[in-house]
Design a protein around this ligand. Structure first.
Ligand code: GLN
Length: 487
């Protein structure tokens, strides 16, 4: 049997009883134990729990109780979603031994869909980063070239999916953390509209920007996972009460007449010419498929990164105040006083990037600076949202590169936070405005590194975003290109 790569292929094999969930799970656990030494995409592998879940799925299916396309399919979860049977670290020493007493809604829904969770994927500490180098559990390697980063912060999810150490994974995206690693690892990654997926049990980084979404090999698989995790949740007041859609059944590659906006500001200076070339070719392809290409302007785009680096750290500094050494976190040894307990637990438990964000955020929120930084950033956020509102009067979706460059070398930007922050220049505006966005593979560089095309849509119009990506994917079939064997 050749190992299936997509949810669709796996579901077909399972339904025809050509492969059983237990065989599949054993196979993936074996692949992880042999190959993940080179990639480091998992923090915790659920060896026992996965086998038990597979046995359950097998029994249910043989009783005729087939739950749908995820039933019996081995997937993984970013280690930011709390799960009650195993630790959830968020890539941090602070939570190295933290076991939540409940499941996040995303985990609960995926389990209820019958999927088999193989384990928890490596990530940048508290989802802060674009390269997976800030993880307390060591960097993740890009399966296309193990000297390079997979992107971040959902780098473990993207690398594991690309290397087929799971069929698919679910990550989170605050400023690009699903789409950018998706792009750098040559797979599909989607951030839904803010409010589409419940954030309950998803460890908070920046609450007004965080959103969960799929990382998969194909657009159809993304649609399948999105249908499973989307929906209103009374446990998250920001999740919206809209009817859930079966995105996969509604997929259509007929994109004739759809208007695709190309923001002139998104071909940024310093962009890798090979990335620009592939993206421009992809736009031509969309036109060939019947879409109408319209040049648009999003004039406040150039303020997006600065705005994000005020709002996200401000929210982070507040969210991360709970890690105090008293409750569920790492605690320093022999504290001399309460102050010493807070001070040393936080100094020892957090890594440098997390501390940098807490300091930036605390500064931006402090008396005397609040108006100049935080309040101003919120006003600029409104201007950026208005740019998009105006664009939607002219176009149905917006297309651009996902990342201005391909995967960079491990260590290349680690010492220069500003350079690192610019990795997300094309993905951040989407979070600021709460819009849905997808990255779909659109080619390879001369160094054989993947390139991603980003499609951004109107609020809650995931279906059009998926359809454009699907039409493009089906006509170009970049997804057929697999990572060469890792040996
Ligand atoms: N790279 C961005 C940051 O470091 C985005 C992270 C994310 O989306 N979680 O904040």
């Amino acid at each position: 049997m050749s190992i299936p790569r997509t949810i669709k292929q796996t579901a077909t094999l399972i339904k025809k009883r050509e492969v059983s969930p237990t065989e599949l799970t054993d196979l993936f656990l074996e692949r992880i134990s042999v190959q993940d030494e080179k990639i480091n995409s998992y923090i915790t592998v659920w060896k026992k729990a996965a086998v038990e879940a597979a046995l359950m799925a097998e029994k249910e299916i043989s009783r005729g109780n087939y739950l749908g396309p995820l039933h019996g399919v081995p997937i993984a979860l970013k280690d930011i979603f709390v799960t009650k049977n195993s630790r959830t670290t968020c890539g941090s020493k602070m939570l190295e031994n933290f076991v939540a007493p409940y499941d996040s809604t995303v985990a609960e829904k995926l389990i209820a869909s019958g999927s088999i969770i193989l384990g928890k994927n490596n990530m940048d500490e508290f989802a802060m980063g674009s390269s997976n180098e800030t993880s307390y559990f060591g960097p993740v390697k890009n399966p296309w070239d193990t000297d390079r980063v997979p992107g971040g912060s959902s780098g473990g999810s993207a690398a594991a999916t690309a290397a087929n150490l799971c069929i698919a994974s679910v990550g989170t995206d605050t400023g690009g953390s699903i789409r950018q690693p998706g792009s750098l690892c040559g797979i599909v990654g989607m951030k839904p509209t803010y409010g589409r997926v419940s954030r309950f049990g998803m460890i908070a980084f920046a609450s007004s920007l965080d959103q969960a979404g799929p990382l998969t090999k194909t657009v159809e698989d993304t649609a399948i996972i999105l249908s499973s995790i989307a929906g209103h949740d009374p446990l998250d007041s920001t999740s919206v009460n809209l009817p859930t859609v079966d995105y996969a059944s509604a997929l259509s590659s007929d994109i004739k007449g759809l208007r695709v906006g190309i923001p002139k500001e998104y071909f940024v200076s310093g962009m890798d010419p090979e990335v620009e070339k592939s993206v421009r070719e992809a736009i031509v392809e969309l036109e060939t498929l019947g879409a109408e290409i319209v040049e648009i302007s999003l004039p406040h785009s150039r303020y997006a990164v600065s705005t994000y680096y005020i709002i996200a750290p401000s929210e982070a500094s507040s969210n991360l105040a709970r890690y105090d050494g008293v409750r569920y976190t790492y605690r320093c040894e022999e504290p001399e006083s309460l102050r010493d307990l807070f001070f040393r637990s936080r100094s020892e438990g957090f890594g440098d990037e997390v501390k940098r964000r807490i300091m930036l955020g605390t500064y931006a929120l402090s008396t005397g600076y609040y108006d100049a930084y935080y309040l101003k950033a919120q006003k600029v956020r409104t201007l950026i949202i208005r740019d998009f509102d105006r664009a939607w009067e002219e176009v149905d979706v917006i297309a651009s590169a996902t990342s201005p460059e391909t995967a960079f070398r491990i260590g290349e930007k680690a010492e220069d936070p500003l350079k690192m922050y610019l990795s997300d220049i094309l993905t951040i505006p989407c979070n600021i405005a709460g819009l849905p966005g997808i990255s779909v593979p659109c080619g390879f560089s001369s160094e054989k590194l993947p390139i991603g095309l980003q499609i951004i849509g109107k609020p809650f119009d995931e279906q059009t975003v998926l359809n454009i990506a699907y039409a493009y994917e089906q006509s170009t079939k970049w997804y057929e290109k697999e990572v060469a064997s890792l040996g």
